[in-house]
Design a protein around this ligand. Sequence first.
Ligand code: ATR
Length: 276
Amino acid sequence: MQKLFAVIGDPIAHSMSPLMHNDLFGVYGINAHYHPLLVKKESLQEAVAGLKAIGISGFNVTVPHKERIIPFLDYVDPLAGSIGAVNTVVNKEGKLHGYNTDGTGYVAGLQAALPEFKNKRTLIIGAGGAARGIYFALAAAGLQHIDLCNRTAEKAELIKNECPYEVQTTVYSKDMAEKELSQYGLIIQTTPIGMSAASQGLPLSLQRLDSKTFVSDIIYNPLYSPFLLQAQKAGAEIQNGLPMFVYQGALAFELWTGIKPDTNRMKKLVLSHLGG
Ligand code: ATR
């Protein structure tokens, strides 16, 4: 019988996950289909029970359900539990197991471009859900020094205080981070600034950027945010959010099938749909 996979969220029509996973099922000869499902906030519990009842093989979870889904799962992986968010669910003999491949997806994409990332003094800009997942996954991977800079300092302090992995962190104001900028070997931009016309500008000034710094932005639509373009102009090596998107999908696919998929193929497919 054909296996069923899905992504649940609201909105969901824009998701590129169905494209990516259905292509992979074809490539690896797996009789399965991946479907986007619009699930409203208030229907989450019912939707999860329904998916379990029909024996879904696995699903992804996106905005606004990543945190709220946790009480409705049978098991939550320790990294996902500490982050407090799940983006991938695997049905194992009728029990729903939750994982987070967003942060580990970011780390896998970074590792591919910057294998020596663990030695880099790092700055994360932003302190939302994405920043939290990336911070925890980098700390779990052994990165020693990760500073945080966010408009609301309390949210950055929470990330620092709640992280179960050993890591050295200072929470900086925007001004302080700008002054310290040349000290960083790696800068990770996680705010939505630059994603749309309504949110233009830079999250902080790159005036003191060292040209040897590796600068990454989790935005991939547009492919290159004003922040990344500015960093590139200053001579820095840059990475956009496409690897993170592709690797979070690749890690989910591996959890479901045991197969490590071809990430170059996935990247090309997504790029062709973004018009890149
Ligand atoms: P996600 O879960 O995708 O990370 P989020 O939780 O909404 O999204 O987090 C977005 C992050 O970008 C937050 O840290 C937010 O700052 P606050 O914690 O102060 O809200 C930051 N952010 C969003 N818009 C911003 C702006 N215009 N200027 C500075 N920071 C901004």
